[in-house]
Design a protein around this ligand. Structure first.
Ligand SMILES: *[C@@H]1O[C@H](CO)[C@@H](O)[C@H](O)[C@H]1NC(C)=O
Ligand SMILES: *[C@@H]1O[C@H](CO)[C@@H](O)[C@H](O)[C@H]1NC(C)=O
Ligand SMILES: *[C@@H]1O[C@H](CO)[C@@H](O)[C@H](O)[C@H]1NC(C)=O
Ligand SMILES: *[C@@H]1O[C@H](CO)[C@@H](O)[C@H](O)[C@H]1NC(C)=O
Length: 283
């Protein structure tokens, strides 16, 4: 019984003598064009001793130390990475670093005042992203597509680290490919570990009631840096309004869609005729 009480007391004391790190916020992928901000948040229980120090490490090198009792923040310049800015207080400590190529492990270590100088630490990796050199490229765009038929377009993003995620938009609305499950395909890594990606989209003009002779297609390539690196390419897919009734079944075949197609065809024909008439009337 005494043992149990001691253990419970021990656990309670161990739990209450030390600041605990509540969040280590380091970008997984750092944008090479900007400094990365690393943030460490910690909390103090009512019975904890005051904060003694907050240290940041890159690998095993200490790069920064904040000691609130001495009102001091120090950057160490030994590992080649210099801290360019910092902002620390009793609840959080943020440092800015210019990231180096490759992957580095960053550690935040928080210690409380004596007698125990108890320490809590957390680590995470940050990798310098390699941005694609070019905008994504849309290929396979036909000169025009007949209503009732489909177009297959392909978007390719240049090599990057990590591989870009691709998203398709038609008239600004995000799209899933109705034929192929809409995922970004990623190539194998090249010598530098970079990967290209591609994603297709089958476009059925029938699915978009509002097109004005064309559909605006956009492919967006996103790298999950902070903030995200986004590049895009936009093209117009011209839609021939007079459908070829003889080959309507390239569309998703079902009786209802065939019926819908016929209705839409009639509508378009009427609209086309109406549009043709207008200039005549004006003249
Ligand atoms: C760190 O060292 C580099 C050269 O090694 C120097 O250019 C830079 O100013 C130093 N930074 C600080 C904060 O001392
Ligand atoms: C340094 O950080 C502070 C607080 O995060 C920010 O207000 C300030 O603009 C930063 N200075 C530079 C030179 O980045
Ligand atoms: C960090 O990267 C190293 C090597 O680059 C790897 O061994 C380790 O498992 C990574 N750690 C985490 C938490 O991803
Ligand atoms: C899309 O383009 C990539 C190359 O950029 C190619 O590897 C892939 O096979 C193409 N996909 C289709 C379905 O044509």
């Amino acid at each position: 019984m005494k043992m149990v009480v001691l253990i419970v007391l021990g656990v309670l004391i161990a739990r209450t003598v030390c600041h605990t790190i509540t969040l280590l916020d380091v970008p997984r992928w750092a944008d090479p064009r900007v400094e990365a901000e690393l943030r460490c948040f910690y909390a103090k229980q009512p019975l904890d001793p005051p904060l003694h120090s907050v240290k940041w490490y890159r690998g095993t090198h200490e790069i920064f130390r904040y000691t609130p009792q001495e009102y001091e923040s120090r950057a160490f310049n030994t590992s080649g990475v210099s801290v360019t800015n910092s902002s620390c207080d009793g609840a959080a400590c943020a440092v800015s670093v210019r990231p180096e190529p490759g992957t580095a492990k960053y550690t935040c270590e928080v210690s409380s005042e004596g007698p125990r100088f108890a320490v809590d630490r957390r680590s995470t990796n940050m990798t310098l992203a390699v941005l694609p050199e070019y905008d994504p490229l849309i290929t396979g765009l036909p000169t025009y597509v007949n209503a009732g038929e489909q177009a297959l377009v392909n978007c390719t993003s240049d090599h990057s680290l990590p591989a870009a995620m691709l998203d398709w938009f038609v008239d600004s609305e995000p799209q899933e490919d109705p034929v192929i499950t809409g995922v970004t395909h990623v190539s194998g890594a090249d010598g530098d570990g970079l990967r290209a990606s591609w994603r297709t989209l089958h476009v059925y003009p029938d699915d978009y009631a509002t097109h004005r002779g064309f559909l605006a297609l956009e492919c967006r390539a996103t790298l999950p840096t902070r903030p995200p690196n986004v590049r895009s390419m936009a093209v117009r897919l011209y839609v021939e309004s007079r459908p070829h009734i003889s080959s309507p079944m390239l569309s998703k075949t079902s009786k209802s869609s065939a019926t819908r197609l016929r209705c839409v065809c009639v509508l378009w024909t009427l609209m086309l005729l109406a549009r043709r008439r207008v200039p005549l009337l004006v003249q």
